[in-house]
Design a protein around this ligand. Structure first.
Ligand code: ADP
Ligand code: MG
Length: 359
């Protein structure tokens, strides 16, 4: 039970917007498709919910091939980035509209009950009598989400639903959406360029770039085992540093040479190293100013920038001609130009194949 996307491709004027995308989503999962602008997220959602047809490939809902089934006949609801509200209707009428046009006839009482239920969930019961222009952007988007929920669609698609909201509203709705959507069951498919949306809400994530699904899996798994540096970067706050690392094998093991001053023993994975050079990823918070355990490897660096962010400090340091970002979980003042000894957690390195861009 759930949604299966099988080898879906779609081109616009000869250019691939989606290329051979396959993914299998089970009931109860909250899936976030992440990727930069133009990656193909919207195209994938439109095809999954039936607004658009793929050039090739199939879509299955609960084991049934629905590729040729019109969107109106599918158990779906979609929330868009732009607030879609009918300006001449009150929020009540906006939220009720999918029920009124549904093939299933809803009684007046049933419509009222459903509209009130979803308005309560989104906290907009008191303003149902207002017109869209009379309420704030956040309230409009809440109404758009409530509208998607009234129909009891089994599959809900949200395309950057928080994109047009300010920071504070985004934070607030993000927390609420997770609860509301998880409680509904079914499947939630959510597209966003914001990793934080995925990290705070999703059970599963897919990373899309250039129309291809680079990696898909449980959030924890993708976070822990990014296969590509782009994925690692996306799933790191504030970033993942990427440095070239040369493998030096010797009789009893191997070392990864990141610079003259920075060598990491990688003997425990020596037999898995089939490249001479890797792109080595290290998350900003896996570098520290103190040696927290025996696998922390020291190196020298010069402070280029120091930013105190409440209880954290973000440092940009220069090492071997490259800038590294370091997130210290402490409030610490550093002078620009100051020499510092830092410690890299060698148990938290990611080795990326150097040619992964040519997927
Ligand atoms: P995203 O939602 O990740 O930003 P889209 O799915 O909107 O990406 O777009 C993927 C690619 O397909 C882009 O290069 C975009 O320009 C192109 N594209 C999307 N929709 C159309 C369309 N209707 N006509 C022409 N090109 C399109
Ligand atoms: Mg889009």
């Amino acid at each position: 039970m759930g949604i299966v996307v099988e080898s879906v491709s779609k081109s616009f004027s000869g250019t691939f917007a989606l290329k051979d995308v396959s993914v299998s989503i089970e009931d109860g999962q909250f899936v976030t498709f992440l990727g930069p602008l133009g990656a193909g997220k919207t195209t994938l959602l439109r095809i999954m919910c039936g607004i658009d047809r793929p050039d090739s490939g199939r879509i299955y809902y609960d084991g049934q091939d629905v590729t040729d089934v019109a969107v109106q006949k599918r158990p779906v609801a979609m929330v868009y980035q732009q607030f879609v509200n009918y300006p001449s209707m009150t929020l009540y009428e906006n939220i009720a509209s999918p029920l009124r046009v549904s093939r299933r006839k809803y009684s007046k009482g049933e419509i009222e009950k459903r509209v009130h239920e979803s308005a309560d969930l989104l906290g907009i019961r008191q303003i149902l009598g207002h017109y869209p222009e009379e309420v704030s952007g956040g309230q409009k988007q809440r109404a758009a989400i409530a509208r998607a929920l009234t129909k009891d669609a089994k599959f809900i698609f949200l395309d950057e639903p928080l994109a047009n909201l300010d920071y504070k509203l985004r934070e607030e709705l993000r927390g609420e959406l997770k609860e509301i959507l998880r409680r509904k069951g079914g499947v939630v498919v959510y597209a966003t360029p914001e990793a934080v949306d995925a990290l705070s809400m999703a059970s599963h994530v897919g990373y899309i770039e250039n129309g291809q699904l680079w990696q898909y899996g449980a959030l924890k798994h993708v976070y822990r085992y990014p296969q590509f540096k782009e994925v690692g970067r996306y799933f790191s706050y504030p970033t993942m540093n990427i440095l070239p690392g040369t493998v030096e094998k010797y009789a009893k093991g191997a070392a990864l040479v990141l610079s003259d001053d920075l060598r990491v023993d990688v003997s425990r994975i020596a037999d898995q190293l089939d490249q001479e050079v890797y792109q080595v990823g290290i998350r900003a918070y896996n570098i520290s100013t103190s040696k927290e355990h025996a696998e922390m490897v020291p190196f020298q660096a010069e402070v280029e920038l120091s930013e105190e962010l409440g209880s954290d400090t973000e440092l940009h340091v220069r090492h071997n001609g490259q800038t590294l970002v370091v997130l210290l979980q402490e409030f610490a003042r550093h002078e620009i130009g100051q020499k510092v000894t830092l410690y890299l957690d060698s148990t938290r390195l990611f080795l990326f194949h150097p040619h992964t861009n040519e997927l």
